[in-house]
Design a protein around this ligand. Structure first.
Ligand code: PLP
Length: 481
């Protein structure tokens, strides 16, 4: 064992490894960009087990001291600046009517303009596309099923896909009958059906602040009201804020991310989620959980879906393959708990069924180990891209820029200096062929004017670094003017 590591110390061995690396950083021995010894090498040098060194490296990654790069190893982060997280907002004073459509339309338009660097869209599966595998499975399905594969599918979904999904929930200890899974056109349709199951026009829905703008648009289109509950950038919704909000306002339902939120990337612990479900069920308030990012975790384990903690059937789980495999397939699902019957009726009335060939292809794809391997790789690449984008923003943006430290997903939430109007920045960026998502579309009540959301969910190229440099220059110029 090395001199630096003391077996009889009160400190755990992995903590001693962390302390050693932090000391070497403080003394300047380890500098930004330096490569660290591999897990195997350091474990040998220190006479420790590989899992002990891995634990230390994982914690140092979480603390943003080091960064893992696939196939290259571990490196010291390329910045000395401590990461400034965006500040937590205040609880909404009153429920708000949503009116966001025109700006959102322009954000979508900018995404589809050819030649644009699309930092404004959360499309993380493009970082590691699985189109070839899906094409292969689709060809097999077509040759096996012929015209049946392109006919109408059952209204509640393709049975083998529903079985595969139910099987996956069994990994978290949830015993689900495949019939309880309703296949939808993406998570967006699942969310729409879920909202219509539990509320009507004029009702108040508690949402995260900041919230995914598609949810705000849905609430707007259904004539419901949004009450914004501030997210803690690291741990998500706080039970105290939720309790206060429920005391003050007639909240009909909550619509929150399960574990990883968009755009802030907070990660709610299983313990907190369990407590929240039990609290909401005790108040008879349904929880719609949006779990589209659940599988894109950078933490040791995936967060457990809230559905697993439901005792009274009041949790409605919405998810899809849009962030993990194929957004264009439009295949999502809803587990509606006690609202199951109403959900089926709504699905039939709204869209009859979901593309059968796409469901069939996905059912075949996820049945083997191919999809799980794809997900492992996708998570690795996204985690690495996150480090690259953080480093680039640190380099090019003003020093007082605050950036989220997402625990999963594919986006960063960036708080710019107060005087920056991110809508203006959006228009300026578009002129330079860069699309970004301005902060105000993530709030029902004009919050986040000086925030932007940037996506790192794409194959990393020099053009992305260049685009971040251009954006940083715009912000710096604006800050001074
Ligand atoms: C948080 C969140 N929920 C739901 C959706 C909608 O997902 P889908 O494309 O499956 O409809 C998105 C898509 O961006 C999202 O980011």
């Amino acid at each position: 064992m090395s001199q630096a590591i003391k077996k009889n110390s009160e400190q755990y061995l992995y903590q001693q490894v962390i302390a050693m690396i932090l000391e070497m950083k403080a003394s300047g021995t380890l500098r930004p960009g330096d490569k660290l010894p591999s897990l195997r090498k350091l474990s040998k040098q220190l006479s420790l087990s590989i899992p002990t060194v891995k634990l230390a490296y994982t914690e140092l990654e979480r603390q943003n001291v080091i960064v893992a790069r696939p196939k290259s190893g571990y490196f010291m982060r390329s910045t000395h600046n401590p990461l400034l997280l965006p500040k937590k907002g205040k609880l909404g004073q009153s429920p708000t009517k949503v009116n966001k459509q025109s700006l959102i339309e322009q954000v979508y338009e900018a995404l589809h303009r050819s030649g644009n660097i699309t930092l404004g869209i959360a499309n993380p599966s493009t970082a590691h596309p699985c189109d070839k595998a899906l094409a292969r499975h689709m060809r097999q399905v077509l040759s096996k099923a012929g015209a049946r594969a392109i006919s109408y599918g059952p209204t509640t979904g393709f049975a083998p896909l529903k079985r595969q999904l139910a099987l996956r929930y069994f990994n978290y200890g949830l015993q689900l009958n495949p019939e309880e899974v309703l296949v939808t056109n993406g998570a967006q349709e699942a969310l729409s059906i879920a909202l219509q199951c539990v509320a009507k026009a004029g009702d108040v829905i508690a949402v995260e602040s900041p919230a995914f703008f598609g949810i705000l648009e849905l609430i707007e289109s259904l004539g419901m009201m949004a009450l914004e509950i501030p997210l803690c950038p690291e741990e998500g919704i706080g039970i105290n804020d939720l309790t206060t909000a429920i005391k003050k306002h007639p909240i009909k339902a909550c619509l929150f991310s399960s574990s990883i939120s968009n755009p802030i990337g907070s990660f709610m612990s299983d313990e907190s989620r369990k407590e929240m479900v039990s609290f909401l069920e005790s108040k008879h308030i349904p929880l719609i959980e949006d779990d589209v990012y659940g599988d894109l975790y950078f933490t040791e384990n995936r967060g457990t879906p809230a559905q697993c903690y439901a005792k009274k059937g009041l949790v409605l789980t919405c998810s899809s393959f849009s962030k993990t495999a194929a957004p264009g397939y439009r295949v999502g699902w809803l587990v509606a708990g006690k609202f199951d019957e109403k959900a089926r009726l709504l699905k039939r009335a709204l869209s009859c069924s979901t593309s059968l060939i796409n469901q069939w292809t996905l059912a075949e794809y996820i049945a083997g180990s191919e999809y799980d391997r794809h997900m492992q790789k996708l998570r690795e690449i996204l985690k690495c891209n996150k480090g690259r984008m953080l480093a680039s923003i640190h380099k090019h943006f003003p020093k007082n820029t605050r950036i989220s430290n997402p625990m999963g997903g594919g986006v960063l939430w960036v708080e710019l200096p107060k005087n920056i109007d991110s809508e203006q920045l959006f228009y300026q960026a578009v002129e330079n062929n860069i699309s970004i998502a301005p902060g105000s579309i993530f709030s029902a009540s004009k919050k986040f004017k000086n925030f932007i959301r940037l996506s790192f969910g794409m194959p990393w190229t020099k053009e992305i670094d260049d685009a971040l440099e251009v954006l940083g220059a715009m912000v710096n110029q604006e800050k001074l003017s």
